[in-house]
Design a protein around this ligand. Structure first.
Ligand code: ANZ
Ligand code: ZN
Length: 829
């Protein structure tokens, strides 16, 4: 007779299954057009050195989904790879002298081992590392194609510069004025750089947000706000003197009769022009300098007090002819709209505060219902709708109608047009760092900018470089890299030394997983068409804007370049909560990290997986708790011990259930099917693994209780066996090693991996009902069919609502109702 060891030797069990699975390539998949596919993906990690509990949680969620969908019969693709370019590798090189490639690949090897120890069911044959030229060569090709289509361009701009990181950051990488990576305040810097025209897709990216019902609403809201669409008008105001008209952008053309001054961004070219050579020149330029400096030292999220300066110039309101003084104001941004605002203090709070401060007129022109505002008495702007007053021919219109009417009039006069603006800016992708994919561009004095021809790709990142502590990228001075030949005139030319933002790599990796080895092109049409889009993406909410927006943009670009046939990359998105300990996010800097390696060594991967699925629903933060881990371990130990103690009974049990079920049989059988129903619903209805696990724990408790030593009438072995099998199959996605082992132990020649998700039998899941007698004045007048344990209050209600009983009560007042639960309701009248 075989016995399971009484001790739960998780190390041996996990090692055994890990090596079996890896050797058999259990999770390797191919496109099979006749089968339903399911693509589950977790955000791939940066190979920083070792995984943390956030990874464990993220990857376990994805793995449970993958294993569950396989059991549901889907052809599941579940790949993993490495977001391998980035600054830490380079910093390590500068500090310790290890080459970034070496550092990165060593980390990858170590972390791969860690992921494998967790029993994550990846198709390792699809693994990719983005620092591999075989990967980034295609990204360089995309870049060249985008350049040809005008979607990649170079311009001189003021960029966000991070001193410590020695690089430019995209707007999306500046969080509250600070670098997303090192949290240092960024500073503006004039620089040439490459941009991708994400704004060309602004409208489609926005509209697409309405087509993503499988995404969390908060993520969609963040994306919509980031794109920031405003519908309004551009209107030209003639400027006194020899100047071009001043073009403003407004979302409130209906208020134009109430404009009393103009506000320009300090950097607006007209500011310097108007004051040049006048007595105001020094005051104005001092203000501009002051504002710039102040912006730089602003704390994250801080708004400076409103401040401005009169430039000395005037313009004319084209609708009223009145003269408006032109101010430079610190709250007007050069990068938005046209950098010029017609100020309407009566209807814009910022303008109102500014007007009161500088004693400028306040003229209300939109009157709210039932009120008559006057400029002298207003204490705040009226920003809401209303009826137009003092607005010439437009007086009497509703503000919404007036917006259209005034814009149309401006168009007729050829002084304006309807205009939509977006807050979204083009994506600056130039990084002045070494460890990234080189931007495939050549500069020739004769021919100008030339993309590297496709047949010369990849531009391989040279590895024979020295790192100095200057913090500068060695590419900038590597002559052998820089000097090249112009692809057009074959004369001497220079290579671009900037590398691409690493968010480029993560914008299309999910597509490359469908054909990771393809040498002929970036993507194979057939494979991509079969596997994409990703059905379920899982990752942190910190990527709600950056990565998810870029990936959506890339998908649309690759579609328009003919590589993909989808519009959106990720059908469903799950943003998992953080792992919290002692009230703070687990992080090295807080010193509250729990090392997955130590946990696995102490309890095994199955316990770690089970705990991280049990402790909280996936979207919520998970509060770390040592007792919880201990509890998960004890639960698995109990299952293990029960099966070990009853192995012969379970192995020898009949495979068919007995035709007549005893009371104990019925209880266990019912609980088994109720559990299947509950777990299936919890998983289908939003991956509520925590409640699903609770249900399996309940079933386990019932099983153990019914087989307790003091119980005389234990369930039939066949019924016990079904219950055990159910526990093992339902837990398998979360606890794969132990379940696979015990499944084998109880005598299944086929591995649990090949088992389907169990179906429940609604008949079997039904509660047995009992009869409760209803008495009126001591006589039996009715009967209730209810499940045992129905609460007294509910029994009373049911009894009083019974039609037959109502007839016997008639109009008599009910004095008292006595309930004997599960037996009797006695109504005294
Ligand atoms: C006149 C006006 C009257 C405005 C009124 C508002 C209320 P959103 O909705 O965010 O797009 N604006 C335009 N360009 C600006 C810039 N570069 N920096 C700061 N503010 C700017 O905001 C559009 C409104 O913000 C515009 O409409 C403009 O003020 C201001 F009763 O024009 B409005
Ligand atoms: Zn040339």
């Amino acid at each position: 007779m075989s016995t399971v060891q009484t001790r739960y030797d998780f190390t041996a069990i996990e090692e055994k299954w890990r090596s079996r699975w890896l050797a058999a390539k259990t999770w390797k998949v191919e496109a099979e057009p006749s089968r339903r596919k399911y693509y589950v993906l977790e955000m791939f990690p940066y190979p920083s050195g070792r995984i943390h509990m956030g990874h464990v949680r993220n990857y376990t969620i994805g793995d449970v989904v993958a294993r569950y969908r396989r059991m549901r019969g889907d052809n599941v693709i579940h790949p993993m790879g490495w977001d391998a370019f980035g600054l830490p590798a380079e910093n390590a090189a500068i500090k310790h002298g290890t080459h970034p490639a070496r550092w990165t690949y060593d980390n990858i090897d170590y972390m791969r081992g860690q992921l494998q120890r967790l029993g994550l069911s990846y198709d390792w044959d699809r693994e990719l590392a983005t620092c591999d030229p075989a990967y980034y060569r295609w990204e360089q090709l995309f870049f060249c194609k985008m350049y040809e289509k005008g979607l990649a361009y170079r311009k001189l701009t003021t960029v966000n510069w991070c001193g410590p990181c020695q690089t430019v950051l995209a707007n999306e990488q500046v969080i509250n004025g600070a670098c997303w990576r090192c949290d240092t305040q960024v500073t503006p810097k004039e620089m040439n750089g490459w941009f991708l025209k994400i704004t060309a897709y602004a409208e489609e990216l926005l509209a697409g947000c309405d087509q993503l019902p499988g995404w969390p609403e908060k993520v969609l809201t963040m994306q919509r706000n980031w794109i920031g669409k405003s519908t309004g008008a551009e209107i030209a105001f003639p400027v006194e003197g020899d100047h071009d008209p001043l073009i403003i952008f407004t979302t409130r053309p209906d208020t134009i009769f109430g404009a009393t001054f103009m506000s320009l961004a300090p950097e607006h070219p007209l500011v310097a022009k108007l004051s040049r050579g006048t007595e105001r020149e020094s005051e104005v330029s001092a203000f501009v300098e002051r504002t710039r400096a102040a912006r730089r030292s602003l704390k994250p999220g801080e708004e400076p007090p409103k401040e401005g300066v009169f430039t000395g110039g005037y313009c004319l309101n084209p609708f009223t002819g009145s003269r408006l003084p032109i101010y430079a104001a610190n709250f007007v941004l050069m990068e938005y709209g046209t950098g010029a605002v017609m100020a309407v203090p009566a209807h814009d709070q910022r303008d109102f505060e500014f007007a009161r401060q500088y004693r400028l007129p306040v003229v209300p022109v939109v009157q709210p219902a039932g009120e008559t505002l006057t400029g002298a008495t207003m204490t705040a702007a009226h920003e809401g709708p209303g009826v137009l007053a003092d607005s010439g021919p437009f007086s009497g219109l509703e503000s919404e109608e007036a917006k259209t009417a005034i814009t149309r009039r401006a168009e007729e006069l050829h002084i304006g047009r309807r205009r939509i603006t977006y807050r979204l800016r083009d994506w600056g992708i130039s990084r002045q760092r070494y460890w990234g994919a080189p931007i495939p561009i050549i500069y020739c004095d004769r021919c100008g900018i030339r993309p590297v021809p496709a047949e010369q790709l990849p531009v391989v990142l040279p590895t024979d470089v020295n790192f100095e502590s200057s913090g500068k990228s060695p590419l900038h001075t590597l002559e052998s890299f820089i000097h090249t030949e112009c692809p057009s005139c074959h004369g001497p030319a220079r290579r671009e030394t900037d590398t691409m933002d690493t968010f480029m790599e993560s914008s299309w990796y999910f597509a490359r997983y469908t054909c990771p080895d393809s040498q002929d092109g970036p993507l194979e049409k057939k494979a991509a068409a079969y596997w994409l889009p990703v059905d379920q993406y899982v990752g942190g909410v910190e990527h709600a804007i950056l990565h998810l927006l870029y990936s959506r943009f890339f998908t649309k670009v690759l579609r328009d370049l003919g590589y993909l046939s989808i519009d959106e990359p990720f059908t469903n998105m799950l943003t998992q909560g953080m792992v919290i300990k002692d009230g703070a996010k687990m992080s090295k800097s807080k010193g509250n990290v729990v090392d997955p390696n130590e946990l696995i060594a102490k309890y095994g991967a199955d316990t770690v997986r089970l705990f991280s699925m049990f402790a909280a629903p996936p979207e919520r933060d998970l509060e770390w708790n040592d007792q919880g881990v201990e509890g998960a371990f004890r639960f698995l130990s109990r299952i293990h011990r029960f099966i070990g103690d009853h192995l012969a009974m379970l192995q020898n049990a009949a495979r068919e259930l007995p035709s007549n079920l005893s009371a104990a049989d019925r209880t266990l059988h019912r609980k088994t099917h109720q559990t299947i129903r509950k777990v299936s619903r919890d998983v289908e209805g939003g991956f509520q693994f925590n409640t699903a696990i609770s249900a399996v724990m309940e079933l386990t408790n019932t099983l153990l209780a019914l087989n307790g030593p003091e119980i005389e009438q234990k369930p039939d072995p066949a019924v016990n066996r079904r219950a055990v099998e159910t526990v093992l199959t339902l837990l398998f996605p979360m606890v794969p090693h132990l379940c696979a082992e015990l499944w084998e132990e109880i005598g299944h020649p086929e591995p649990l991996d090949n088992q389907s998700w169990p179906e429940y039998d609604p008949e079997a899941a039904k509660e047995d009902e009992i009869t409760v007698v209803i008495q009126v004045k001591g006589k039996v007048r009715g009967r209730l069919q209810v499940v045992p344990g129905t609460p007294a209050a509910e029994l009373e209600q049911l009894a009083l609502a019974d039609d037959k009983v109502k007839g016997f009560i008639g109009d008599a007042p009910v004095r008292k109702v006595i309930v004997v639960p599960d037996k009797l309701v006695n109504i005294v009248i």
